[in-house]
Write a protein of this length. Structure first.
Length: 98
C-alpha cells in the first residue's frame, strides 16, 4: 500500500491554504476529488483535528500502522496520537553551512 493519494493530499494542504482549511473543517466535501482508496477516504473523514499539524499527525499514525515504510512502528505496538510529539528542527543562520 503506497498511500500516494494521502501523500498528494498532504502536499496540496501544505501549499494551498484554502484546501488546508477545507480539509480541517469538512474533509468529506473535498475528498471526492482526490485519488484515494475507500479505506483512505474513511480515515480522512474520521479524523477530528483542530490544526493541520494534528490532522497530518493522525494521517501519519495511520500510515505507520499500515506497515508501508513510513515509520518504524509496524504491528509491534499500538499507536496513540497523544504520544506523538512535534519534531524540533534547529535552523542555523546559514542553512547551507550544515
Amino acid at each position: 500500500m503506497s498511500n500516494a493519494g494521502l501523500i498528494d493530499l498532504l502536499g496540496e494542504a501544505v501549499v494551498d491554504r484554502k484546501f488546508r482549511s477545507a480539509l480541517i473543517s469538512n474533509p468529506g466535501a473535498i475528498i471526492g476529488k482526490l485519488d484515494l482508496t475507500s479505506e483512505e477516504r474513511q480515515v480522512i473523514v474520521s479524523i477530528r483535528a483542530s490544526s493541520f499539524e494534528d490532522f497530518a499527525a493522525q494521517i501519519y499514525a495511520w500510515m505507520v500502522g499500515q506497515c508501508n515504510g513510513y515509520g518504524t512502528v509496524c504491528g509491534h505496538e499500538e499507536i496513540h496520537l497523544s504520544e506523538l510529539r512535534p519534531m524540533s528542527i534547529i535552523y542555523s543562520s546559514d542553512p547551507l553551512s550544515g
